[in-house]
Design a protein around this ligand. Structure first.
Ligand SMILES: NC(=O)C1=CN([C@@H]2O[C@H](COP(=O)(O)OP(=O)(O)OC[C@H]3O[C@@H](n4cnc5c(N)ncnc54)[C@H](OP(=O)(O)O)[C@@H]3O)[C@@H](O)[C@H]2O)C=CC1
Ligand SMILES: CCCCCC(=O)/C=C/[C@@H]1[C@@H](C/C=C\CCCC(=O)O)[C@@H](O)C[C@H]1O
Length: 348
């Protein structure tokens, strides 16, 4: 029996409420560490906080693929850890592993079949990258661009990315550039983030949506209009981008974070003018979900790993320490406190 810390959902923000760290509660508990056949004891190294978790804080997520978290039960999401002991053939002490449904606990006993073994070499030992650039957000950026973006090298395309300084957006813009877009413009929520996009990640230009006239800034940044829009945020930012899209353009409908604190279905309804602009200009806007492309994940992770190792894909992370700060890190990410992927480091 070991003593552990875990995070449970303490209260729900309400469907129209902003989440607060106090919606989560850290508890001490015990873990039975005598393993049954097939089980693995893992120590958590890193946990991910992600926007879709906001929907899991509601008692009804409004979707059929994301389930609500139960009150007072341990919450879960993407995680990476190290095997401390194993009764499963595929795992040995010292192996590293990941899962989309890693419990927010310092240690756990899990069925080995629910874990994927990791090759640290893919990330040059930076294991947190498996929750970001060489993980679900990286795949979202890569497959979103490749499956829905219709990017063609040499076609002089302009791509706009919203949420551009975040986990998916910072990678999507770089991938748009690697795949041949002439111009990649990022939209994000601060001057500092705009600077990072241009000076560190190679975006052509960046627009701060919290400052000044976004439509005017976009017009200046996109003199030939917008061909591909990687949409992470929805709402007024997306209305402004779609109004400047060219005929036969493509919206990659990745996420709509600006609407997650509202009681609306996913994807949220568009305003009439935006819907009309899509129809008038024959713009596709297809919902993209990374979990619908599982058969492409292995090759996608290899591609992402190669780019990262070659320095062609720059990785940004914001790392918060300590399981007691899961709620703080989640709320910070939801309000723009992160640059790149928001990670919580749980142990060495
Ligand atoms: N379809 C799929 O398969 C997947 C979709 N997603 C979606 O991708 C999007 C990005 O996720 P992820 O990269 O993990 O998160 P990020 O790392 O981008 O973090 C979220 C960011 O959203 C921005 N934001 C918050 N509120 C608003 C607002 N009202 N208007 C504009 N921007 C806002 C903040 O940046 P800022 O400072 O710029 O405001 C914040 O940093 C989300 O919508 C998510 O749901 C993610 C994974 C898979
Ligand atoms: C309702 C908002 C969804 C916005 C898009 C998004 O962020 C999607 C993210 C998914 C995410 C969650 C999907 C399923 C989780 C299931 C958990 C459960 O019900 O137990 C992530 O894991 C991959 C993205 O496709």
């Amino acid at each position: 029996m070991s003593r552990i810390l875990r995070v449970v959902l303490h209260s729900r923000p309400g469907k129209n409420g902003e989440p607060i760290p106090e919606n989560f509660r850290v508890e001490e508990g015990t873990l039975q560490t005598d393993l049954k056949p097939g089980e693995v004891l893992v120590r958590t190294l890193y946990l991910s906080v992600d926007p879709y978790m906001r929907c899991r804080m509601n008692d009804d997520t409004g979707t059929d693929y994301i389930s609500p978290w139960a009150l007072s039960e341990c919450v879960d999401g993407g995680g990476v850890g190290v095997v401390e002991s194993s009764c499963h053939d595929a795992f040995s002490e010292g192996d590293t592993a990941t899962s989309f449904s890693w419990r927010w606990q310092t240690h756990d006993v899990v069925e080995g079949g629910r874990l994927q073994k990791l090759d640290p070499e893919l990330v040059n030992g930076r294991l947190s990258y498996f929750l970001g650039a060489v993980g679900m957000p990286g795949l979202t950026a890569l497959l979103g661009v490749r499956e829905k973006g219709h990017v063609k090298a040499g076609a002089n395309q302009t791509m706009v990315v919203s949420g551009a300084a975040g986990a998916c957006g910072s990678l999507a813009g770089q991938i748009g550039r690697l795949d041949g877009c002439t111009r990649v413009v990022g939209i994000c929520g601060s001057e500092r983030k705009c600077q990072v996009l241009v000076s560190e990640l190679g975006f052509t230009s960046a627009v701060n949506y919290r400052h000044g006239d976004v439509s005017a800034a976009l017009r200046e940044s996109c003199p030939d209009g917008v061909d591909v829009y990687f949409d992470n945020v929805g709402g007024p930012v997306s209305d402004a981008v779609i109004a400047q899209m060219n005929k036969d353009g493509h919206v990659i409908l990745c996420g709509q974070i600006s609407q997650y604190n509202k009681d609306v279905p996913y994807p949220p309804p568009l305003k009439k003018e935006t819907q009309e602009a899509l129809l008038r200009n024959n713009i596709t806007r297809e919902r993209f979900m990374v979990l619908n492309y599982m058969e492409k994940h292995e090759a996608g992770l290899l591609q992402l790993s190669q780019w990262v190792k070659a320095g062609q894909l720059k990785v940004l992370e914001t790392i918060t320490n300590g399981i007691e700060n899961m709620g703080v890190a989640f709320c910070s990410m939801m309000t723009g406190g992160n640059v790149g992927k928001q990670i919580v480091k749980i142990s060495d």
